[in-house]
Write a new protein. Sequence first.
Lengths: 256, 272
Amino acid sequence: MRDSGAVTSTAALVRAERLAAGYGGAPVLRGVTFTLRPGERVGVLGPNGGGKTTLFRVLMGELEPLAGTLEAPGRFGVVPQTERSRLDFPVSALDVSLMGSLSTLPWWRRPGRAERRAAREALAAVGLEDLAGATFGDLSGGQRQRVLVARALVQDASVILLDEPFTGLDNPSVERLEALLDDLASEGRGLMIATHDVDQAREWDRVLCLNREQVAFGEPAAILDRAVLEATYGGDIVELPGDHDHGVLPPHHHHH
Amino acid sequence: MFAVLHALTDPWADPVGRRALFEVALLGVTGGALGCWIVFYQLSYSAESLAHALLPGLVVAALIGAPLLVGGAAGLIVAAVAVAAAGQVPAIGRDTSVAVVVTTLFGAGALLALSPSSPPGLQGLLFGDILGVSNTDLALAAALAAVALVALRLLHGRLLAVGFDRLSAPGLGVRPLVIDVALLVLLALALLVAVQGLGNLLVVAVLVAPASAARLGSRRMGPMIAASAAIAVAAGIGGLYLSYYAGTAAGASIAAMLVGAYLVAAVTARLP
């Protein structure tokens, strides 16, 4: 199951060329040019309203690009923020994982034994096989994120979009989720991870900096300098004393 | 012993009682199951509004001798258009526009129904006439139950995905708008059929009360739907007994039992 969604060729999973997107009026995001290859983790940086969510919606096919070209042949899975889902909803971790089969089954088919097995295996892959029967709302924030990753695995997604998955997690949960994302990438999946944590994104393969337009795209070591961060976050960055090159952090935005 | 058995079967001895029994069972299963989604999609207010807004349609149909179903459907369409139009008025919120339209329509319907020139029996539209159910009504209720249960079963996974997280549902290949419309259509159909047995004022009870009671004790959607349907049927039958032996109005007795079931569940859920 874990290998079935992996793409082994080095053909791009996503190729975007001068992409622009918006909601009817002027584009809220423009000039986005990047490539996502199998096995890559791309950190998507930017302030709130910088276009991260808009980009994800275009990639998912919910929004038509206003300009530019987008090639995205693979299956996409989304890991949304869990505060958005209803925690009082009477569903188990297995029920949520099983929702991933909706995109692979025809509409009149109900999930059967094969789908249930895939959903259980996906929960095992994220280390939650023992909590399959637990109510989703009773799980910790990190466990909920991993259930939603399992749902994307059931979708057999070759590209997984994660919308600020680390928000509100404690340190052990962050490390656990990071390790899981590394595993998924090593299976050949492409990951795009929206985050506010620049230092975290430095560990990944590429970063895409957005502030209503693309500021930069490339390897973190090559592009994440002071000028790029200032252009990405406006004048809001915070300087850490003693380190003048890398010691800048964006303000943390916690209102969603 | 024999006397107890006799007391239990007595209400169903004649065809009127038996038809009422089948009707509450069919409406109970439908309303109980559908009601779980109505509650989770926060459509209880919409359900009540739609039920009230179709009253003038029913009354006009009764006055001119047209089928009640046709009148109710026409009433629903008029209400939907009026709500949409009122929503266009600036500075009036959606809730307010619904309230204004529904109150107006319900008032107009009540005025027509209760005027001295109306034929007797129109009050039945307000409080229902479960003991006046015909075989045609029963067939209609059976058809509704079949359609609703099949649709809910087919849509189960999608209803769950949209209710769980509407914004990420498109990522699973599910369009929330389609699911919303499907649910509203089922709600409208259920109201059209159930309103004739349970009445305009009480029909919402079968949609909201059993589901709310079942929600208190259920941790999964499947068992909650089963429990809700069982509570609705049991309360419906209990209401018919109450009505038979206490001589109370059947529709109101059923509604009282439905609400009573919710109160019992709420109190039980708070006990240690």
